[in-house]
Structure formats: structure tokens, C-alpha cells
Design a protein around this ligand. Structure first.
Ligand SMILES: [Zn+2]
Ligand SMILES: [Zn+2]
Length: 158
């Protein structure tokens, strides 16, 4: 029985150590992402990236607020998230619902197909950013990010 107790204790300790390392690794990835965009690493930016990465779907400011481990005031949140959106680390869209949604992009750039009936969203890997270089040159315009959604009916609604 005692042995079992020790074993359980050993397991639990290792699980928390594992979780700790995972979190540290994620933080390192987030730091690198910020640095790769020439952004300084701040507590707020890291917390937002980590929270959005964990959410793993588009979320509203209110949802981010409730997911954050440490509370952040709304104006700081908006200011920080705007920087992340402007640099393409976070995707912002309203899915035509009139509410802003934010989603972690990091290096897994993607878009969505949205069902106009049931609002179901499907991730898609299609992007036209390869043709942006020509546009950028033609219009002398530096493209920093873009919004692209496909609307229609999902298989349940069509
Ligand atoms: Zn649908
Ligand atoms: Zn794209």
C-alpha cells in the first residue's frame, strides 16, 4: 500500500514537471515568434499568445479575458493584441457576426470556411498570399496581414 502511495506520488510529481517543461517550451516558442517579427518580448504579449494558443480556436476579447491566468485590463489587452494582429501572429476577423474574434496563427497560417446557417467553422489551408508579392510591387504597398474567409453551407445545412 505504501509502495503504491509512493508510486502515485512519483507519477504526479513527474506529470507536473512535464507540464512545467511543456509550458516553458511553449513560452520559448512564443518568445521566438515575437522576436522573429522584431517585437520586444513583454509579459502581456506572451500571456496573450499562450492563451490564444491554448484556446486553439477563434475567441472573443471576453473569452480571452476569462481564459487569462493573470487578469489584464481591457485597454492593455486591446493594445497588445492589435500589435500581434498587425504583425500576423494573431488573426482577427468578425465572421460577419459584428464581434471580433482572435486566433493564434504563429507559423500555422490558415483561414476558415464558415457555414452561414449554423455558424460552423472549418480550418482550411488555402491562402493566396503567394500572389501578394506581385501585388505588393505593383502597388508599392507593404502587406502585413490579410483577412480571407469562405462563406457557404456545411454538409448538415445544405
Ligand atoms: Zn451548417
Ligand atoms: Zn492567408
Amino acid at each position: 500500500m505504501l509502495l503504491l502511495y509512493f508510486f502515485a506520488n512519483y507519477l504526479q510529481t513527474n506529470i507536473s514537471i512535464f507540464a512545467y517543461f511543456c509550458k516553458n517550451e511553449i513560452m520559448d516558442v512564443m518568445k521566438e515568434l515575437l522576436q522573429s517579427k522584431g517585437l520586444s518580448v513583454t509579459k502581456q504579449r506572451l500571456a496573450l499568445l499562450e492563451t490564444l494558443n491554448k484556446a486553439n480556436k477563434p475567441v472573443t476579447i471576453d473569452e480571452i479575458s476569462s481564459l487569462l491566468e493573470t487578469p489584464m485590463d481591457t485597454s492593455t489587452m486591446y493594445r497588445s493584441i492589435k500589435v500581434l494582429v498587425d504583425h500576423g501572429l494573431v488573426y482577427q476577423t468578425d465572421f460577419r457576426e459584428g464581434v471580433s474574434y482572435f486566433e493564434f496563427q504563429g507559423d500555422q497560417h490558415h483561414h476558415h470556411m464558415v457555414c452561414t446557417a449554423c455558424k460552423a467553422r472549418k480550418r482550411i489551408d488555402v491562402c493566396m498570399s503567394s500572389s501578394f508579392d506581385d501585388l505588393s510591387k505593383k502597388h508599392s504597398f507593404t502587406i502585413t496581414n490579410h483577412i480571407f474567409e469562405i462563406f457557404g453551407l456545411c454538409e448538415n445545412c445544405s
